[in-house]
Design a protein around this ligand. Sequence first.
Ligand code: MRU
Length: 356
Amino acid sequence: MRIEGKEYRTIWYEENVVKIIDQTKLPHRFIIKELKTVKDAINAIKVMEVRGAPLIGGTAAYGMALAVKENNSPEFIKKSSEELIQSRPTAINLKWAVDRMMKKLSGINSDQILSIALNEAKEICDEDEKFCEKIGINGLKIIEEIYNKKKDTVNILTHCNAGWLATINWGTATSPIYHAHKKGIPVHVWVDETRPRNQGANLTSYELNEEEIPNTIIADNTGGILMQRGEVDMCIVGTDRTLSNGDVCNKIGTYLKALAAYDNNVPFYVALPSSTIDWDIKDAKDIPIEERSSEELSHIEGIDENNKIKKVLIYPNKSKAMNLAFDVTPAKYVTGLITEKGISEASSDGLKKLFN
Ligand code: MRU
């Protein structure tokens, strides 16, 4: 997608290094960063220079290739794979990508190993781009249907950033929106700010602006009243891990939005590539929920009048704060799962029909 009119993907390999867009600096600075070692890739995931389940997976895949480049002994590759998997706990795409790389590399001890690793990492990223595009084509039908009935702008609410910046390209939740916009359907997006890291305000609104899609940032607590007033036609969110029974783990606050949507008969869709499905965990209580530093709540970053980035404390300095990063929305509140293979009911039967 575009930034200042130029097409980008979120991660690519060029001049023997991996390049990423540093998302901790957006929307105020656009900085391309180089990752040269597997440690760089681990750090980029940990500090969220890259984030969003599919992009975390893509970065982990390239991280494995960087490990092979540094030292192609089986011991180093194995240790790197374990360190990568531990870099963030909730998004299943991370483990999925590392496992796929390990499978590809197992038993290879020729000088071809680096090019095999780089090709597989690129393949993982290319596949994600293709799947996200298909999610858009499938999700477009839902937006079209609403538009054909309403004959007016379709208002879509989204939470966090499940846009192209969270994937390799297109995004998951945003892909149907980008496809609708390209087809000339008038859309307007309610962008949840998404405290504490403000991925909605800093990233979703930023990328929609770059693609000239009308959007309005709202405080996270505003969605409910907008739904009661009939100002939300549908919700689309992404997910970090969806269980085979259709339960959806996503950015903290998604659950409350799903409850409000259910109470107001607003369709609540979740968009995801199949790499985000966890076929193993059966009970949502077993999903590892990341708890991040309380500083993400107590401090806020922005630019001052001299265009300098500043971080300031906004809480009483004696207060404690707690920062859970994800929650789980039970399948019964999810209208449907928009995947690369089509739209499924959020249930074991629905997912089995599409993926078996
Ligand atoms: O903590 P983040 O920014 O990595 O969380 C991202 C989300 O929760 C996204 O909604 C999710 O990964 C889906 S991305 C297509």
